[in-house]
Design a protein around this ligand. Structure first.
Ligand code: SAM
Length: 339
């Protein structure tokens, strides 16, 4: 199989692969999987539709041949997938893959599970937590899940060496924006990296409005009113968070400003849904069916050639061209392709 890097039409290399392992989640975050849409009658992917671990590992090998070095496992809630640790182990054995991370809501991340994941080859974890206030957090996760258990999951990840642990908080105006400073205060000096995410117009079900977005500039102003901060250079090309260091040495904090400061120009990410659709943008409207290729007897070379063609033709830069007209497009749901 040809193994050379591939560039898209905007000269962006393919470096990162985000793999959603399930479209199911045990939370019903109002901005992601609102209960009114993802209720009892909602039809999730069937077992037969999901890519098997062997299929996922095979795709990872082909992607690695095209330059992918980092894999992030996500969902839905990835820890709901049966035997998830086994998949981590299979991906850790793929040549060329240097980093495997997971994004989780933390609900199932016990100390034992964290140790097993580390042993299987997981390197880092990002835990989502939108507020330290139970009433606010539970109103957002809409599953009655308490803050204390997520904090325990963060501790478990850190104790297992899945570090640095990143803590991601989506900020929605009038819902949890009053918690920004309290969250920063809590995580300052902890060794964990808190990142605030601008609420995005992913999918079509969350009723997104620009008025609900708290711009990065405003978040930074709130933090700067409390502490002296200075910008930190990105760790690598394509890093999504604007990073800031507390001048008093209490670590760093990040802001992911996908809406007000788009970073499409450095986007090196491909995404695969749990049923094997390839998306080249988080705001994509159309996927490419990789499962049909996997199950249709295609060779690794043929699949690699297909991926090379898709990436080579990639023009996506949704966040840079976002407008009132694009907000209503039939975009894929976050729970399908993962964050
Ligand atoms: N269940 C896992 C979790 O909660 O981290 C992984 C999947 S979840 C879709 C990944 C991340 O996307 C979470 O941090 C979530 O808060 C974030 N997210 C979901 N919808 C979003 C939106 N509309 N805007 C910004 N972030 C969003």
């Amino acid at each position: 199989m040809s193994s050379s890097p591939v560039l898209d039409t905007l000269q962006r290399p393919l470096r990162d692969l985000r793999i959603s392992v399930t479209d199911r989640c045990n939370f019903r975050c109002t901005y992601c999987m609102p209960k009114e849409v993802f209720g009892r009658d909602y039809v999730f992917m069937s077992r037969a539709e999901l890519l098997t671990f062997e299929e996922i590992a095979r795709l990872a090998r082909v992607f690695a041949g095209l330059g992918v070095e980092k894999i992030r496992l996500t969902g839905g809630e990835p820890l709901l997938r049966h035997d998830f640790e086994k998949l981590v182990g299979m991906l850790a054995a793929v040549d060329g893959v240097k980093d495997i991370a997971m994004t989780t809501n933390g609900s199932l991340l016990t100390p034992e599970r964290a140790r097993e994941l580390k042993e299987a080859g997981l390197r880092r974890v990002t835990v989502s937590l939108d507020s330290l206030d139970d009433a606010t957090f539970q109103a957002m996760n809409d599953a009655g899940f308490p803050v204390a258990k997520v904090l325990a999951a963060i501790d478990a990840a850190a104790a297992a060496g899945l570090t640095p642990v990143k803590v991601d908080a989506v900020v929605k105006r009038g819902v949890n924006d009053g918690d920004v400073v309290a969250m920063a205060r809590h995580f300052r000096g902890s060794g964990h990296i808190l990142r605030f995410i601008e609420y995005m117009d992913v999918g079509t079900t969350n009723g997104w409005r620009m008025d609900d977005v708290v711009p990065a500039k405003e978040i930074l102003a709130r933090l700067s009113a409390e502490w002296e901060l200075e910008p930190v250079e990105p760790n690598y090309f394509g890093e999504v968070a604007e990073r800031y260091r507390y001048k008093d040495g209490a670590g760093e904090v990040g802001i992911i400003a996908s809406v007000t400061l788009p970073f499409c120009g450095a986007c090196t990410r491909a995404r695969i849904s749990a049923d094997g659709e390839l998306y080249t943008c988080l705001f994509g409207t159309r996927g490419h069916d990789l499962r049909a290729l996997l199950r249709g007897g295609r060779s690794d070379e043929e699949i690699g050639g297909f991926l090379r063609g898709v990436w080579g033709a990639r023009t996506d830069r949704y966040s840079e061209i976002r407008s009132e007209d694009t907000v209503g497009l039939r975009k894929v749901e976050m729970s399908r392709i993962g964050g």
